[in-house]
Design a protein around this ligand. Structure first.
Ligand code: ZN
Length: 325
């Protein structure tokens, strides 16, 4: 009874054309069900496969886009590493240039005791392009850089920047010290009598032994005589304080200025004194006029430099001229 339905048959009729005979198929119910089930299963599998394929395609496209983006990002970062490494090289060259400027500055200002000139050893990045050649062209074979090489370059660049950071800090300290030394040197120069006291450079009598112009006997001349004309200006040869003005039969009208480190300058035989005791004067100020007062044979300036009260040869001090000369 149970297998009754399996014996039943189904008849499939195919009518191809009116003129042709009808084709009949007789199949059992069981076979029909199996065929229908197989067809349904096949259809289902096909639908699932299509859906999966579509899903996979979407994921693949998304992954491909992500990969492309990542590759572009990596390429961009690699180019930035290369650019940074080039910047590091340029900065090295700049730092070397700054070091050279500081060295020159020390040399000019005589701030460095070790100012011996030696040939600088060329350093990395010190080669400069010739501006006359304009913007130089670049080229070469297309050799792609590997990831390892870029990573190595990145490491080297990082080390270069670290090194540069240290060097810049050292330079800052060094420049501060140089600035301080330069300021001290400037101040020292201001209070050192380096200026010529007259507009004329004519020296009529030097420091040392000579025949006295009055007695014609050997005598010691404790200063330098400048053959200036009467009423020519007499300049303070350094910043200082007027510590004495006066007149006597030997020195005539005279001025003494105190500067620094026990240095004083003495200006004699003036026709006129233009400062007073206690005045603060600056290097180059006019303090009097040339004359022939006191023990003098004619208009001139007798100029002395005293170190700790002792007359010393003024000549080594006379190495600067007035700005408006
Ligand atoms: Zn003299």
């Amino acid at each position: 009874m149970k297998l009754k339905w399996t014996t039943k048959k189904l008849t499939l009729v195919i009518i191809p054309d009116a003129a042709q005979p009808v084709v009949r198929f007789r199949i059992s119910h069981l076979l029909a069900y199996i065929a229908a089930a197989c067809f349904s299963m096949l259809l289902l599998i096909l639908i699932i496969a299509c859906a999966l394929q579509s899903k996979l395609n979407g994921v693949h496209q998304q992954w491909k886009a992500t990969l492309t983006n990542k590759n572009l990002t990596i390429e961009h970062l690699q180019n930035e590493i290369i650019q940074l490494s080039q910047q590091a090289e340029q900065m090295k060259a700049d730092v070397e240039e700054i070091k050279k400027i500081e060295k020159d500055l020390k040399s000019i200002s005589l701030l460095n005791s070790d100012s011996s000139s030696g040939k600088d050893i060329p350093t990395i990045g010190s080669i400069e392009s010739d501006p006359a050649l304009g913007s130089p062209g670049i080229g070469g074979g297309p050799i792609p850089a590997s990831q390892e090489e870029i990573m190595k370059l990145g490491g080297q660049t990082l080390a270069s920047f670290s090194e540069l950071n240290t060097e810049i800090k050292e330079l800052q300290t060094s420049f501060r010290a140089t600035k301080q030394k330069a300021a001290m040197k400037q101040q020292q120069l201001r209070v050192t009598p380096t200026l010529w006291p007259t507009t004329t450079k004519v020296v009529t009598s030097t420091f040392g032994y000579r025949k006295d112009p009055f007695t014609y006997r050997p005598s010691f001349h404790s200063g330098i005589d400048f053959g200036a004309k009467e009423n020519d200006p007499v300049f303070a040869t350094a910043d200082g304080k007027v510590v004495r003005t006066g007149t006597d039969r030997f020195h005539g009208n005279n001025i003494v200025i105190e500067h620094s480190k026990g240095l004083r300058t003495w200006y004699m035989h003036l026709n006129k004194i233009l400062v007073q005791t206690g005045d603060l004067v600056e290097k180059g100020n006019t303090i009097g006029l040339v004359g022939s007062t006191g023990r003098s044979t004619g208009a001139h300036l007798h100029y002395e430099v005293l170190k700790n009260g002792e007359s010393t040869n003024p000549k080594p001090y006379l190495n600067a001229t007035r700005k408006d000369d």
